[in-house]
Design a protein around this ligand. Structure first.
Ligand code: DER
Length: 235
């Protein structure tokens, strides 16, 4: 099975938890895309009715519009029944790293307003500790004096061998700009940062930081699709 087939299997499993009449948080990324497609398909078949989608990015908003999924926002629906979204890393306590797609702020807002948050991953996302995959832990910051903020973030985790890099794209290395007009600094750790809550508090205390990609104690269920089948982990 390819990684994308595993993502699709996890996504379809998660959509089994969707009931007609639900207000749904619609995730962002290549795994969540399969869940949104599936929801659109079930609506079209009449197997799901009266769904309201709350998208977690402009990209998911566009996908949902193209599928005819009715959409709204947190101002109209401050409580969301269920969100389905992917993750970049899942640790043994079901803490997550998200945001490598750049949507972490709106994802955290929507998923923080949910009664249930189902995370869908292929088995490659499972890690021993946050940052353990050697991939980025993103932090959304305001563009003003981003170098100043990036250097303070690096300093916070210097004993974890932290590297802080502004996220850029294209040939000219333009700064990546989020849906909210902010920049992203990607943090890379050489070893575990230990107490995630303490790390989260330290990051959020820095003026200039908007939000980070650690989703601590937020997932209620993690659906993992692997070569040997599907595993459902409940908090
Ligand atoms: O950027 C994000 O938060 C995405 O949800 C990411 O965590 C998972 O993206 P993927 O499903 O494309 O791996």
């Amino acid at each position: 099975l390819t990684q994308d087939e595993l993502k699709k299997i996890a996504a379809y499993k998660a959509v089994e938890y969707v009931e007609s009449g639900m207000v749904l948080g619609l995730g962002t990324g290549s795994t969540a895309k399969h869940a949104v497609d599936r929801i659109g398909e079930l609506l079209r078949q009449g197997k799901l009715k009266n769904i309201v989608g709350i998208p977690t990015s402009k990209k998911t908003h566009e996908q949902a519009v193209s599928l005819g999924i009715p959409l709204s926002d947190l101002d109209s629906y401050p409580v969301v029944d269920l969100a389905i979204d992917g993750a970049d890393e899942v640790d043994p306590c079901l803490n997550l790293v998200k945001g490598r797609g750049g949507s972490l702020l709106r994802e955290k807002m929507v998923e923080g307003a949910c009664k249930k948050f189902i995370v869908i991953v292929d088995e490659s996302k499972m890690v021993e500790y946050v940052g353990g995959s050697g991939l980025a832990m993103p932090v959304e910051i305001i563009p003003f004096c981003w170098k100043f903020t990036a250097s303070r973030l690096k300093k916070l985790f210097e004993d974890s061998g932290c590297v802080a890099k502004l996220r850029t794209f294209g040939e000219k290395d333009e700064p990546f700009v989020t849906d909210n007009g902010n920049y992203i600094v990607d943090l890379y750790f050489k070893k575990s940062i230990g107490d995630l809550k303490a790390a989260s508090d330290a990051i959020l205390q820095l003026a200039g930081v908007v939000e980070h990609g650690m989703f601590i104690d937020m997932a209620t269920t993690v659906i993992v699709a692997g070569e040997l089948g599907i595993t459902v982990k409940n908090k």
